[in-house]
Design a protein around this ligand. Structure first.
Ligand code: FES
Ligand code: MG
Length: 570
């Protein structure tokens, strides 16, 4: 090795090997001096026209390159698997771990000293961060930014309205033509979902972890300041390499705790739990479901953002963004966690102001005392389940009702609109076999629609329980991530129509009122109801995926293999 960075194991070589590593690069017009040992910065790009939330990323990558050049680095942009939330069937989540493998191997196998991760749509953030953790070189995240707030018939709209529109169409309050008009009104600019859905939650997560520059989460994609942030991130990537700050130096246990506290205060998505657990598993930080409950229990909701509140990400940026939220949380946070700009998180938020108290409240006068995610336990979910209290109906947080059971998604679709379905507003809807192995891939169907005949009566929320996930844009009294999932044959697998279930969110419990003997009997008769795939990635996934309470990563992907590659290609 001639120079001090890992890229010199390629570009710094003499003879045949160095020739091979440099010569083909030169067909892109790269002059010889770029290979002189300066930091090589990979720009890991999830651009794709099939991931519309990330469709502007080639332009964003150009801004990163300006910054890298300015700081004396050599930028190289490369594509990785991109996961578009809205198009990929059966669910983008099935491929999160596959994309993370692509990212990990692409970074390790190539001559890059540091990496800028361009993330946007929901799964593109965790998959890239997971992959980068398993290599552990200097890493900085640039998110694509949220869309501008949607405008429809005089109202502000965003992705959470999809669920309202769905109910309005089913109850006859809205027709198909209006629905089509709403499409373009909602998605009227570049960027990802404009509510505090999973994409915004993930962008806030990386900012809270210290993996991005301040304000990364909320600057709209269409705002020129998004390009400035990308440019500055390019500069910082070079400096991180020069200072040899690896991603593991940023991702301490305290950084994870900060992310959990901030996620609670902003009403972030329940998907946050699953992705943060998976990231912790890669970087080797000990984190469990109980940490989420413990750390978010006393944190109030101070961001008034849909789906828990009223406003959109654009409003959050103008009100002061995540740094302003952090400043309100001063007494909760570990302030000396180091971030990618070289300063501590406390130094970063110290001088931030709040410019709109309708959007960011104080801790003393919050929008809701309830926030975050409650982890609930009981005989229905031996390894836990989660609920987002701020997005639930207060009158249902303690509720007992009779189960109306759907054995799988096809069963649900076949019967939910049946006028003879034996259900009322006190019933509890149970949906099985939508977990990691069962679906497979754990889709966002947990906030299943209310039975049509109850919608007609004006019912807008019911207790719903499943082993699936919910879109970060979704809301309702929805118990998710039941573990073990139905496909594994635990108690959840043998719930029957008419069983009494008690949900007690303040008491953090969920109880299936069926005797142990009866449950044992039912398990003897139980047969799995899932399709097993015998080839390809889905086979690998079904064989190795872990349960939701562990982050649903593949068991063999946990941890890191480092960045070293000792053998040459020719
Ligand atoms: Fe991409 Fe919502 S669909 S962020
Ligand atoms: Mg989603």
């Amino acid at each position: 090795m001639n120079g001090k960075y890992r890229s010199q194991n390629w570009f710094g070589k003499t003879g045949k090997d160095g020739f091979i590593y440099r010569a083909w690069m030169k067909n892109q017009g790269i002059p010889t001096h770029e290979f002189d040992g300066r930091p090589v910065i990979g720009i890991c790009n999830t651009w794709s026209e099939l991931t519309p939330c990330n469709a502007h990323f080639r332009e964003l990558a150009e801004s990163v390159k300006h910054g890298v050049y300015e700081a004396g680095g050599f930028p190289v942009e490369f594509p990785v698997m991109s996961l578009g939330e809205t198009l990929i069937k059966p669910t983008a989540m099935l491929y999160r771990n596959l994309a993370s493998m692509d990212v990990e191997e692409s970074i390790r196998a190539n001559p890059v000293d540091g990496v800028v991760l361009l993330c946007g749509c929901d799964k593109t953030t965790p998959s890239l961060v997971m992959g980068a953790c398993s290599v552990n070189i200097p890493t900085i995240v640039v998110s694509g930014g949220p869309m501008l707030t949607g405008k429809f018939q005089g109202k502000d709209i965003g992705t959470s309205d999809v669920w309202r529109f769905n109910d309005a169409v089913r109850s006859g309050a809205m027709d198909q033509d209006q629905l089509v008009m709403a499409e373009a009104s909602m998605c009227r600019s570049r960027g990802h979902c404009a509510v505090m859905g999973t994409a915004s939650t993930m962008a806030s997560m990386v900012e809270s972890l210290g993996l991005s520059l301040p304000h990364n989460a909320a600057i709209p994609a269409a705002d020129a300041r998004r390009k400035v942030l990308a440019h500055l991130s390019g500069i910082r990537a070079v400096e991180l390499v020069r200072n040899q700050v690896n991603i593991s130096d940023i991702l301490t246990k305290e950084a994870f705790e900060n992310a959990i506290i901030i996620n609670a205060a902003i009403g972030g998505s329940t998907n946050f739990i699953i992705h943060l657990l998976a990231i912790a598993g890669r970087i080797g930080v000990d984190l469990s479901l109980d940490d989420f409950d413990r750390l978010s229990r006393n944190v109030p909701l101070i961001a008034n953002l849909q789906p828990s509140g009223k406003y959109f990400m654009e409003d959050l940026y103008y009100a002061g963004g995540i740094p302003s939220v952090m400043r309100e949380l001063d007494s909760f946070l570990h302030k000396d966690c180091i971030t990618v700009n070289g300063k501590t998180i406390g130094e970063n938020f110290q001088k931030e102001e709040c410019y709109n108290r309708q959007v960011i409240a104080t801790v003393n006068q919050p929008f809701n005392e309830l926030s975050g995610v409650a982890v609930i336990k009981g005989n229905l979910c031996e390894n836990g389940a989660v609920i987002k209290p701020s997005a639930a109906s207060s009158h249902l947080l303690q509720h007992t009702g009779k189960a109306v059971v759907f054995e799988d998604i096809e069963d649900y679709k076949a019967r939910i609109d049946d006028p003879n379905l034996d259900v009322d507003e006190n019933s509890i809807l149970v949906l099985k076999n939508v977990g990691p192995k069962g679906y497979p891939g754990m889709p966002e169907v947990g906030n299943m629609g209310i039975p049509t005949k109850l919608l007609a009566k004006g019912v807008t929320d019911m207790v719903r329980i499943s082993d699936g996930r919910m879109s970060g844009t979704g809301f309702g009294t929805v118990v998710l991530h039941v573990s073990p999932e139905a496909a594994l044959g635990g108690n959840f697998a043998v719930v029957q129509n008419g069983d009494l279930i008690s949900l007690d969110v303040p008491g953090r419990s969920i109880t299936l009122h069926v005797s142990e003997e009866e449950l044992k009997e039912r398990k003897k008769r139980w047969k799995p109801r899932i399709k097993n795939y015998d080839r390809g990635y889905v086979h690998l996934y079904q064989t190795h995926v872990e349960q939701a309470h562990l982050g649903a990563d593949l068991d063999f992907l946990k941890g890191s293999s480092g960045s070293e590659v000792t053998r040459d290609s020719h």
